[in-house]
Design a protein around this ligand. Structure first.
Ligand SMILES: NC(=O)C1=CN([C@@H]2O[C@H](COP(=O)(O)OP(=O)(O)OC[C@H]3O[C@@H](n4cnc5c(N)ncnc54)[C@H](OP(=O)(O)O)[C@@H]3O)[C@@H](O)[C@H]2O)C=CC1
Ligand SMILES: O=C(CO)[C@H](O)[C@H](O)COP(=O)(O)O
Length: 478
């Protein structure tokens, strides 16, 4: 270990930390390494040939911090929650004014705001930085969402820009705002990721249970869609997952995987924040709830037995080209609605927390490196680049035209799935949101009447300004 020679220190060398450290080292920076299980730091250096010269494993936290050039930059890549606070407790006493701590893991942005406040007045800086792209992204170029002080971003830029994914030469990294802005945007990225994955899984359910297709046939359909409007990393990997065979059984891999989805909490954070802000991110909510339902497998199996005999009308799904095109259009339309909800949540958060989030720039840094990367994000960037105020993507002219064209397909698919008893919680949520959002005269007038009757909550009128309470007739139970 050479004292004060490392440009940055990576603390936490699991899947993401180890790969990000290699990526940074490959860009020519010297990286100090530390991990709770210290052996991993030395193994990482010893297993990585030419990069070893830029990797400085350390035995103790003191050695780790002493290895860093001033101002010291410590990047944490540990699991969200208590582990981050524990590591901050250990590192903070060893730092000096001007030094920078970066939490590069997923984090609840409320924790990031709290941690930023914790160091306020010490001269030490805290950066909340969302990183997306999984293992390969971390190694070869992730999408990076930075939150914190802008002056600190200027200091970090020379390291982060070459490390990030590049989209036609543009680095997929940006400073998005103060304190929790970067982690908030990463959280919404993950909420959208959940929605995208759930809607794809619902279409898979229709292809499997409505059309009776085998995995290999479905793989070809998704691969075909990936060449057009739905072109995206998630559709591409869907085709790859469906095409894979289990070497042990020779069955399609997807057919031997248990139907219970895991989740680490980022989707739930997105939905909680959308609810707090009063944004109906219903497609994201449906996706998070569906993961919850999936995890109750035994309960679903007993319910399946109880309702085995229910009568279902004819399915109505066809396997012809027109029916497949309808599924493709439905998925594309629902995707637009899900992204509109995610962007509406970010727009509201931006106003609420005073961040001035650059929504077009966010679309641009999501075009490569991250899990939801797709051609479609270019279309979103173009909407914001017009400079006009966009209240909701569903009101942007280019999207109005696309949704108006695609909504009939979404309606057909949701209706046919409902009749066939095939669940489409996220696709249905997208359609219901669209119909609710485009209805000039809603039904909340009735809710206001009910609230005023039982709780004197008052209401406003269409024909007069002011707040009113009505003397409703007394209702007796029974
Ligand atoms: N995997 C992915 O695709 C992505 C993950 N992330 C986020 O990145 C972060 C790291 O994830 P990932 O690399 O996948 O996780 P891993 O499980 O692979 O690694 C976890 C790391 O955290 C360390 N750690 C865990 N608990 C503690 C603790 N209490 N004290 C000290 N160190 C601790 C582990 O140390 P040890 O080796 O000693 O166990 C290990 O270095 C998470 O916030 C995750 O949500 C973000 C984007 C993508
Ligand atoms: O942040 C990510 C990608 O962007 C991680 O892969 C995240 O862990 C995925 O979430 P979950 O495990 O809840 O499916």
């Amino acid at each position: 270990m050479t004292s004060k020679s490392a440009d940055i220190g990576v603390l936490g060398l699991g899947t993401m930390g180890a790969n990000l450290a290699l990526n940074i080292a490959e860009e020519g920076f010297r990286v100090a390494l530390h991990n709770r299980t210290t052996k991993k730091a030395f193994d990482l250096r010893d297993d990585n040939g030419e990069l070893a010269a830029n990797l400085l494993p350390t035995e103790t936290m003191e050695d780790f911090v002493a290895a860093l050039k001033s101002p010291r930059v410590v990047l944490f890549m540990v699991n969200a929650g208590a582990p981050v606070d524990e590591q901050i407790d250990l590192v903070l006493p060893l730092l000096s004014p001007g030094d920078i701590m970066i939490d590069a893991g997923n984090a609840d942005f409320n924790d990031t705001v709290r941690r930023t406040k914790r160091v306020q007045g010490t001269g030490i800086h805290f950066v909340g930085m969302g990183v997306s792209g999984g293992e390969l992204g971390a190694r070869h170029g992730p999408s990076i969402m930075v939150g914190g002080e802008e002056s600190v971003w200027q200091h970090l830029k020379p390291i982060l820009q070459p490390v990030a994914a590049q989209y036609h030469g543009e680095p997929c990294v940006a400073w998005l705002g103060t304190d929790g802005a970067g982690h908030f945007v990463k959280t919404i990225h993950n909420g959208i990721e959940y929605a995208d994955m759930q809607m794809i899984a619902e279409i898979y359910g229709i292809l499997r249970d409505g059309l009776g297709l085998q995995a290999s046939a479905m793989a070809a359909i998704f691969a075909d869609w990936n060449a057009r409007g739905l072109s995206s990393y998630l559709v591409e990997i869907t085709a790859a997952v469906l095409a894979e065979t289990d070497p042990g059984t020779d069955k399609p891999m997807v057919d031997v995987i248990l139907d219970e989805a895991g989740q680490k909490g980022t989707g739930r954070w997105a939905v909680i924040e959308a609810q707090k802000l009063g944004i109906g991110a219903t497609t994201l909510e449906a996706a998070v709830s569906a993961r919850g339902v999936s995890s109750r497998r035994a309960e679903r199996q007993s319910a399946a037995a109880l309702y085995d005999g229910v009568t279902l009308p004819a399915a109505g799904f066809g396997g012809d080209t027109a029916s497949l095109a309808e599924l493709e259009d439905a998925l594309e339309t629902a995707k637009i609605i899900a992204y509109a909800q995610g962007y509406a949540t970010m727009a509201e958060a931006s106003a609420n927390f005073g961040w001035n989030l650059p929504l077009g720039e966010i679309a641009r840094i999501w075009r490569a490196g991250c899990i939801i990367r797709s051609r479609f994000l270019d279309d979103i960037a173009k909407v914001y680049d017009t400079g006009e105020t966009v209240v909701n993507l569903l009101q942007a002219p280019s999207f109005v035209e696309r949704v108006a064209r695609g909504q009939a397909a979404l309606r057909q698919v949701v209706a046919k799935a409902a009749l066939a008893g095939i669940p489409t919680p996220a696709l249905s949520a997208a359609l219901a949101y669209f119909d609710d959002y485009r209805r000039a005269r809603g039904t909340a007038n009735l809710i206001q009447g009910q609230r005023d009757l039982f709780g004197a909550h008052t209401f406003r009128r269409l024909d007069k300004e002011g707040v009113f309470h009505h003397q409703w007739p007394a209702i007796q139970d029974g």
